[in-house]
Design a protein around this ligand. Structure first.
Ligand code: EPU
Length: 336
């Protein structure tokens, strides 16, 4: 028998803290419960939403008339060439363990809120590393067949903050556990601007992964809002990737606009710079929502803004950016 709860406040389980009620709520602690949970959803014709660490999601305003499944599968273990984390494990604890056993590169992803299971879906990335570089495989539960399948890295179709799991054909999978590659030796990656500055005075051959973790945690602490006092999901928008022609046109008007090559034809533009220097929106506030003063790509709330208010605020920002730059920006955060 599943212990399904009713009318639960799920907004509090997300870092944005937007008010939202789930008609049904179930916390999945064992893999075997998934089959029953989805049978329940099918019998009652319920839609479902998956909750991991809640750091990249805003649940619907008012009441969601479906079932929210919180993935609380816990465990970390080593296999010959991988470190395996179950989906519900806290990501940053897993990073610490990963550094100890030689998951090379994971140190750059320190301090990101959320759970292990969410990392492949989003292809999380920070300070020069994306999680796709260190994932070997992802084990998933197939909602349709009720069977477990292993998806290899190459089949995940990873892109910038994107993967197969975000596409319609990937939606039938629930992440159960993820295998991360262990390496014999580790070359640290400190080319990202903020890290380069941090290690300026040191010889890089002495820098080890735990130093990088320390650096990343300290950089993040100064730049990211305090999760204990406000509502936020980190970067709210993706950094836009535009054509070289488009970038050149923008340079005509905004000489200093930064840009990073993506492949041979595209340029990734830091939206924080555009919001700050082109749109003058740093700290811009309306109602319960604002663009964070220290990093305008980050949207923060006073924990009272629901999904509708956040949506209309973000639409307004999108329009302003488009009017000034012809760039169409996309959400990074999943908002219902
Ligand atoms: N900038 C400004 N004004 C500001 C702040 C920044 O002009 O007030 C400019 C600077 O030129 C800076 C640039 O914006 O160099 C980029 O900012 P930053 O290095 O802080 O990183 P980001 O590109 O905004 C991305 C990820 C973050 C990740 C950081 C660090 C996305 C959408 N965001 O942000 O990921 O932590 O790089 O690697 O790709 C997240 O996904 O939630 C997230 C926080």
């Amino acid at each position: 028998m599943l212990h399904i709860q009713e009318n639960i406040n799920i907004g509090d389980s997300t870092t944005m803290k937007s008010p939202s009620i789930a008609r049904y709520f179930f916390e999945v602690r064992e893999e075997s419960q998934l089959e029953d949970a989805f049978s329940f959803a099918e019998e009652h014709s319920l839609k479902h939403l998956i909750l991991g660490g809640g750091s990249n999601i805003v649940f619907p305003a008012g009441c969601f008339e479906g079932i929210v499944l919180k993935i609380s599968l816990l465990g970390i273990y080593e296999e010959e060439d991988v470190l395996v984390g179950l989906a519900g494990e806290n990501w940053d604890n897993f990073v610490q363990k990963g550094i100890e056993v030689g998951v090379c590169g994971i140190e750059n992803l320190s301090g990101i809120p959320g759970t292990v299971g969410a990392t492949p879906i989003q292809n999380i990335g920070a300070y020069g590393v994306e999680v796709r570089e260190i994932i070997s495989w992802v084990d998933v539960f197939n909602i349709e067949t009720k069977k477990v399948e292993r998806i290899q890295n190459a089949e995940c179709n990873f892109g910038y903050r994107d993967s197969f799991f975000k596409k319609p054909e990937g939606k039938k999978y629930i992440v159960l556990r993820v295998g991360f590659l262990k390496k014999e030796s580790c070359q640290v990656s400190v080319l990202y601007k903020d890290l380069k500055t941090y290690f300026e005075s040191r010889s890089l051959k002495d820098v080890i992964p735990s130093d990088v973790r320390k650096a990343v945690l300290s950089i993040r602490m100064n730049k990211f809002p305090d999760l204990d006092t406000c509502g936020t999901s980190g970067s709210f928008f993706k950094n836009p990737i535009i054509s070289k022609d488009h970038y050149k046109k923008l340079q005509d008007s905004f000489e200093d606009i930064p840009g990073y090559e993506v492949g041979v034809e595209k340029i990734k533009v830091p939206l924080a710079w555009v919001l700050d220097h082109v749109c003058n929106l740093k700290g811009y506030e309306e109602g319960n929502v604002k663009l964070f003063e220290q990093q305008p790509l980050i949207l923060v709330t006073n924990r009272k803004a629901d999904a509708n208010e956040i949506k209309s605020f973000s639409e307004k920002i999108k329009k302003i950016v488009f009017t000034k730059t012809n760039i169409e920006i996309e959400n990074e955060v999943v908002i219902f």
